[in-house]
Design a protein around this ligand. Structure first.
Ligand code: URA
Length: 433
């Protein structure tokens, strides 16, 4: 088999066979296929698209490119949750302890933030001492003893995705539904969960701008999950405005703690209850109403916040920060951002705020950059709120003021205030099962 023939075949609009896709993935991983041929095929896949069978072959070949987690030692249905990435998205910090407090084991592999989106691993590491670098046996032991564990993805899981993602990033081939679906689902399948809930974000802060695109991505991933023998549900959720009020690592941990204690922003709580209900249902915990009630009880009884403390302790962190989140890392500087006009806030565009937060130090532009756990943005107002010119809309937290002018310009662009009547958008747009 020759790579040039595979590229030619895809370029001509034909579907590749399972054997051809396996040849491609193994050649990428063992280095026998040069980057220029890999990039050429990725571009052809982007332009021509892929059939369902090809996407499944690609996903399973990627799963087979490295080690896979065997969670069979852990009793019960293991349910994983994945978000396609958003701004201010701290749902995993809430959902993992919440679902575990309802008796469903949570074995979660998460990522770091890149560009305008944050990552759960960075957020958790803002809790002093918390370690996300667990070996497979430590990870399984933690789930067995504590009911949940959250770890960074090990380098041995889906090595094909690492190579392909790095090339896609620099060849403008990220935004392809088949490639995104195979990339995400290969990591979820290799992580070993029996069931998967996907939170597919729609809007300015996400990979998918429109509901149509997001629905196609969701359907593609649900089909891969089903064909790979995993119960999979996708929930399409709005990411046109940041989730909650906090963007940035320790700021988001603090907001997640509020939600687990029964307060915090409505949108974060409602999304966590919607996703949590899907997770409990996939674990066989009963009807929608029964699952929702279990989640609400776990918050009200304090079981959910106790589970977060148990998670922090189990992974080397200091659980006293959960009782005293005011001791979490704090930035030295805090700049108020003021409303430019009087009126009603119509929009706060997620991607602008994600970039602004990154510039304040909360995120990284390249994989190698260090982040500042204390930096970020705390919104005081959200769309639908009335404001007067000069009123504080947000506080910008940072340890330096070098990006302040750029951040302020982004905030000016992101926040639309006028006198039109604002209409709320639903947070959960659709569920694809
Ligand atoms: N997230 C992933 O893991 N892969 C993609 O291709 C896009 C988003």
């Amino acid at each position: 088999m020759r790579m040039v023939d595979i590229i030619q075949k895809k370029k001509s609009g034909l579907a590749l066979t399972d054997e051809e896709i396996r040849f491609f993935v193994s050649g990428v991983v063992d280095g026998s296929i040069p980057d220029y041929q890999t990039s050429a095929l990725l571009m052809a896949m982007c332009f021509v698209g892929m059939q369902a069978e090809e996407i499944l072959s690609l996903t399973l070949s990627m799963v087979g490119s490295g080690e896979t987690m065997n969670l069979s030692e852990i009793p019960g249905v293991k349910v994983d949750k994945h978000s396609t990435g958003g701004v201010g998205d701290k749902t995993t910090l809430v959902l993992a302890p919440l679902v575990a407090a309802c008796g469903v084991p949570v074995a979660k592999m998460s990522g770091r933030g890149l560009g305008h989106t944050g990552g759960t691993i960075d957020k958790l590491e803002s809790i002093p001492g918390f370690s996300t670098a667990l070996t497979m046996s430590q990870f399984i032991h933690a789930v067995k003893t504590c009911g949940l564990a959250i770890a960074g993805q090990t380098g041995t899981l889906v090595p094909a995705d690492k190579k392909l993602y790095a090339l896609r990033d620099v060849t403008a081939t990220i935004s392809s539904i088949p490639l995104i679906a195979a990339s995400i689902m290969s990591k979820k399948i290799a992580s070993g969960a029996d069931a998967i809930v996907l939170d597919v974000k729609v809007g300015s802060g996400s990979f998918m701008d429109t509901l149509d695109q997001a629905s196609e991505l969701a359907r593609t991933m649900v089909r891969i999950g089903r064909d790979a023998g995993r119960k999979t549900v996708a929930v399409l959720t709005d990411m046109d405005q940041p989730l909650g009020y906090a963007i940035g690592n320790s700021l988001e941990v603090e907001e997640a703690i509020q939600v687990l204690r029964g307060s915090g922003p409505d949108d974060v709580r409602d999304l966590c209850l919607a996703l949590g209900t899907e997770m409990l249902q996939l674990a066989g915990m009963g009807s929608t109403e029964a699952c929702l009630e279990k989640l609400q009880d776990a918050i009200q009884s304090g079981a959910a916040i106790e589970k977060l403390k148990a998670l922090v302790l189990s992974q080397g962190g200091d659980p006293s920060y959960i009782d005293h989140p005011e001791h979490l890392p704090k930035a030295k500087l805090c700049f108020p951002y003021h409303a430019l006009f009087s009126g009603q806030i119509q929009r706060i565009t997620s991607d602008h705020l994600g970039i602004a937060s990154m510039l304040l130090g909360a995120g990284r532009r390249t994989k190698e950059e260090a982040i500042d756990p204390s930096a970020g943005i705390l919104l005081i107002k959200k769309p639908g709120d009335n404001v007067s010119e000069g009123e504080v809309i947000a506080y910008l937290h940072s340890n330096n003021d070098k990006s302040l002018a750029e951040v302020t310009k982004l905030m000016d662009e992101a926040i639309v205030i006028n006198t039109k009547k604002w209409t709320a958008q639903p947070l959960v747009l659709a569920v694809i099962a």
